[in-house]
Design a protein around this ligand. Sequence first.
Ligand SMILES: *[C@@H]1O[C@H](CO)[C@@H](O)[C@H](O)[C@H]1NC(C)=O
Ligand SMILES: *[C@@H]1O[C@H](CO)[C@@H](O)[C@H](O)[C@H]1NC(C)=O
Ligand SMILES: *[C@@H]1O[C@H](CO)[C@@H](O)[C@H](O)[C@H]1NC(C)=O
Ligand SMILES: *[C@@H]1O[C@H](CO)[C@@H](O)[C@H](O)[C@H]1NC(C)=O
Length: 235
Amino acid sequence: MLLYKSFIPIVLIGLIVPAIAQIPVKIMPLGDSITEWGCWRAYLWNKLQQGGIRNIDFVGSVTSTTICNVSDWDRNNEGHAGYLAINIANNNDLVGWLSSAKPDIVLMHLGTNDIANNKQTLEIIAAFSTLVDQMRASKPTMTILVAKIIPLSFNNQSLMDLNDAISAWALSKTTTASPIVVVDQYAGFSTSDLRDGVHPNDSGDQKIANVWYPALVNAINASQSPARVALEFTA
Ligand SMILES: *[C@@H]1O[C@H](CO)[C@@H](O)[C@H](O)[C@H]1NC(C)=O
Ligand SMILES: *[C@@H]1O[C@H](CO)[C@@H](O)[C@H](O)[C@H]1NC(C)=O
Ligand SMILES: *[C@@H]1O[C@H](CO)[C@@H](O)[C@H](O)[C@H]1NC(C)=O
Ligand SMILES: *[C@@H]1O[C@H](CO)[C@@H](O)[C@H](O)[C@H]1NC(C)=O
């Protein structure tokens, strides 16, 4: 009996892994205009293709007309110019976006408009918690990559305070089933990588893509590991 019991999960995993491996991993870039207009999404897509990671699908209701120096890329995203994290949470916007797009991984760069509008760190972090809860309601094993956001040409101190708070918050909110990975888009990014004090120029877009890349590769890879796949069926 004991042998029989331990045999079943192995057989199941053996059957499930190849089936899952065929299904593209759905990745939702979530944010504001930095996401909606950013060519970093094109550079990131290109890097993944060049890295041989092709079983992916960028998802989201926005198909921006961003013009980038990349010929063929998946434009779907959930970047909404002008949006605050606080408003997305208060208006329950994410619930509908998630139910349409059904991502496996969320790539979130959010909070810039909150900082620009002088919102309090605590209120922004509370909004992040709401959003994470909504992501987990959509998929209990959601992998969530959260950016420490790129600098602005103003409100630097409150932006740095938010980025600091993101680290502590992520530690307290992460779970084995649904990891929150902090990706530092602030370090290494300078205000000279901004074209207008807010949005990245080409150099900034390339930096953002390069910083997301290893974290996203890990997340995609981990999402397909046998342990992770098994978790999907028990979470
Ligand atoms: C576009 O990319 C090509 C090839 O990498 C490069 O030669 C060209 O200068 C780029 N154009 C712009 C406008 O960045
Ligand atoms: C923000 O402030 C820190 C510490 O005062 C400083 O090192 C950094 O260069 C500033 N960054 C920007 C974008 O102003
Ligand atoms: C934009 O990017 C270039 C590098 O491609 C950089 O040298 C420049 O200073 C950046 N900033 C602005 C405001 O153009
Ligand atoms: C992918 O994950 C496996 C474990 O599931 C690990 O052995 C391998 O090194 C990882 N590859 C990359 C590129 O991270």
